[in-house]
Each structure stands twice: as C-alpha cells, then as structure tokens.
Write a protein that binds this ligand. Structure first.
Ligand code: SF4
Ligand code: SF4
Length: 140
C-alpha cells in the first residue's frame, strides 16, 4: 500500500470510525467464540443463573434464548450458543446470525472487557505506533 492510501486508511479508521486498532487475519472456523461466551448487561457481566433467566425472558434480547449455561468462573456465567453445530463446526443460522456475530471480533467488544480467544485467527494492532503517539504529543 502506498503512502496516500495508508494515510487515507488511517484517517478513515481513526477519524471516521473512531478506531484505535486495525484488525488482521481471518476466521479459522474453530467456533471458540460460539462456545465460551460471557454476557455483559448494563456494564456488569452476568454472574448468576437466576439473573440470566430473568433477562432471557425479556424480548429485548432474543439472541440470549439461544444460549445455554456451561459453567461459571471468577468472571461470571459461561455460555455456549445452541446454534453452533459441533459436527460441522458451523453456525446453524450462519446467514441469519445476529450482528454481534457478524462483526466479531470487533474493537468494541474489547472495550467492554472481552478477550480474543487464543485459537482465533484474528489479531489487532494499534493504528498508531508508540513512536507516532509520542511525536504527536510532543508537537502540541
Ligand atoms: S448465532 Fe451462530 S455465530 Fe453467533 S454465537 Fe451462535 S453459533 Fe456462533
Ligand atoms: S474464535 Fe476467531 S477463528 Fe474461531 S470461529 Fe471465532 S472468529 Fe473464527
């Protein structure tokens, strides 16, 4: 990529999309993101089965009806999506999957505290290097 397209890409990501990271890589179709899910509601990760059942019955969250509890750890309740086909390693509703699944992994979910799965074929790199940030600050 030449300097102009680099500049335009950077401008678009930082000024228009307000992003801090570029995403690289591709989906390896491992399904890890469908089998180890935490849910955040009003800034808190769901920590109990009872809390989840109350929220699940709320029609505002239709996607949650696809989730089942598979455990609990220090962060909260862990879910897997019932729409994940273990045999084929595919989403049973791939074409109609919700927006959050289409965009995964996005920078936004990391701002909410999520961590990229170790198996994931994607990775993120800061748009601005440490040197560039220092230069920008020292110019002001
Ligand atoms: S809807 Fe499909 S893509 Fe989304 S978590 Fe469930 S199985 Fe995965
Ligand atoms: S964890 Fe990453 S590589 Fe695996 S299915 Fe999800 S997006 Fe694809």
């Amino acid at each position: 990529m030449n300097n102009i397209s680099n500049f335009l890409k950077k401008y678009y990501y930082t000024k228009i999309l307000k992003r801090n990271y570029f995403r690289y890589g591709s989906c390896k179709k491992c399904g890890a993101c469908c089998k180890n899910i935490y849910i955040r509601h009003k800034n808190n990760v769901i920590k109990s089965k009872e809390e989840f059942i109350t929220l699940k019955n709320n029609d505002d969250y239709p996607f949650w009806k696809n989730l089942e509890i598979i455990g609990k750890d220090e962060l909260g309740v862990v879910f897997k999506c019932k729409l994940f086909d273990e045999e084929k390693s595919l989403c049973k509703k791939h074409k109609k999957r919700p927006d959050i699944c289409r965009k995964y992994p996005s920078e936004e979910i990391f701002k909410m505290g999520a961590i990229l799965k170790e198996e994931c074929g994607y990775y993120f790199k800061p748009i601005e290097s440490f040197r560039e940030i220092l230069d920008r600050i020292s110019v002001k």
